[in-house]
Design a binder for this molecule. Sequence first.
Ligand code: ME8
Length: 706
Amino acid sequence: MAKFFLTTAIDYVNSRPHLGTAYEKIAADVIARYQRLCGVETRFMMGNDEHSQNVFQRARELGVEPLAFCDGMETAFRDVWARLDISFDDFIRTTEARHRTSVTTLVSRLAEAGDIYDGYYEGWYCVSCEAFKPEKDLEDGNCPVHGKPPQWIKEKNHFFRLSKYRQPLLDHYAAHPEFLQPEIRRNEILRLLEAGLDDISMSRTGQAWGIPVPSDPDSVIYVWVDALINYVSGVGYGADQELFETWWPADLHVIGKDITRFHCVFWPAMLMSAGLPLPRRVFGHGWVHWQGQKMSKSLGTVVDPLDAADRLGPDPLRLYLTKEIAFGQDGDFTWDRFEERYNVDLANNFGNLVSRLASMAHRYRKGRLVAPPSAPGPLAEAAGGAVTAYREAMDAFALHGGVAAAFQLVDAANEYITAVEPWATARDPARAAELDRQLYDVSEAVRIAAVLLTPVMPSSCREVLARVGAPVVDPGLNLDRDAVWTTPPGAERQVVKGDPLWPRLDPDRAASNVEKDAQRKASPPREVVGGKVRVAADAGAGAQRREQRTMNESEQPGGGAAAPAAAPPRSEVGGSAPVGEGAATAEAAAPRAPETPRISIDEFAKVELRVGRVVTAEAVRKSKKLARLEIDDGAGVRQVVAGIAKAYEPESLVGRHVVFVANLQPAKLMGIESNGMVLAALDAAGQPVLLTPDDPERAPAGSAIR
Ligand code: ME8
């Protein structure tokens, strides 16, 4: 069986994980889970780097023994990794006995190779980097990474003959172009090697916190030399030869771009000196930025990954970081963008697809889908294309590309439903087999998309697979077997209904964090004027909330509320006005009695009518008539409750253009806030018939109606 040994950087434990360090672990976890999905026996190792001076100092500040401090931090780190569903197989600490054995063995090998000699180091040292800093690298006398002045140190050290390995390293890079990825990092290291290498100090004197140099118990091994050796101590180097031979060399070290020099120059040189094989690949990922700079504990610019996971769930966070940051490049985290992508990718797209399928499967087939004898429809080809693109991307560590390929299939399935209109097929009993085909194909597309997304969103995809009645859920999935389109005639599956997997986040209620609150205070609300967004001079969000009325179905007004004089702010997602069950659309558009008093053009002009496009639609629970719609109004997405569910399958409305009143005050129907009123004519039976623009291409969402 193929094997894959994967590691991440081990974290300094002077403070808790932040979203930048968590990003690395999530990305590596996606790779590990992908390998397992491919049937590869995988060993995924992470751990803690404990012999740093920062750790020692932090423990002293707290008045605890360094080891006791590290024990506590191990628990804190493990808790975060568990919450983020990181599936490591081994967690190493550099204070463990197994690590000390390997470090002592390996450093002795370097000495035996004649690569260690005594000398004096005099120069700058940045404790935050735990790195010696040449004068030329300082910026205004400060460490360029941490912006702090380094210490001047002068001490007797043991040196490692790094310079001896310059040419062997260049040769290795020439023979193994895949060794360091992405390409940009490789070029950086090649430039560094071409410029020449100095020997490095590999010990520190006068410190007790660390592993003693075997030949000199008064010195401890330099923390980076100590830390790098974790990669072999985790697989038994110097203690368990069989384990070591089973797993070494590592297939991949996943590390941040700031530490490529340690991993791609020092580490391979140490391995060459010790006569050990080099890791097959190193991937130097980019940084997660926060407010324009690297998220960093020493800069104090951090987001707690638990806050982000608590906000929308660990899987949405994993998806955001994997999909939005091209693996290898830097990327931003902002709460706004996180929430926006959650709504777009999960609530409106994947989640909506799963709900649409479940509701149609139950409405038309009591949840039991049977594959008909006919050939599969176009989704089979879309799935094949998505799986190929996914594999190509994931094999090349383009994790964002893999996720994008899976979402192509989700998009294709949503578009397919809109195109074939299963609700229309269902109206004709002669087309029963066609309906079976449509529903079964959608369920198969959802199943395959969930298989592909399993490495990124493991627990959500387990749930999706269970809901579409997939025969296998994770663990136990296999890409070769389970990402293949399989709809043999007569195959059956039971689709299960459930609560929305990712309920849409109401942007008004999303203001749960400082950043967002601050933004809201700083920027006045917007409104739409003539199809363009402009900043409103008044009518703030608070004012609108004060005006908001609460209603239930029995209280809703017949023909809709009178329009307020001023247009409501758009940043709050929506205008207003309840749309009652049946009455909302129906009565609003009911033929006027001849005696209805006439209104002036000025009065009519107060009503803001616009075209909207339905983004999602679902029946309101415990209501026969109400549907909850999310409508793209050209400036954003607003929620509207409409009394049309008796006349229209809610799913059939997705993608349709409707006409709605945009400037009604918000109101609640069955506890759901409605921000507008969808207009409909009434047929002879009093059922609503939606109004829709004759040519939605010419009158897209947001178009004004006069
Ligand atoms: O460097 N975005 O530990 P560490 C993305 N102990 N990745 C980030 C990041 C950010 N904003 N900030 C940090 C160490 N990282 C050493 C490693 S390995 C033998 C020893 C990454 O806790 C960083 O690049 O400072 C590194 O890969 C990892 O998080 C741990 O950083």
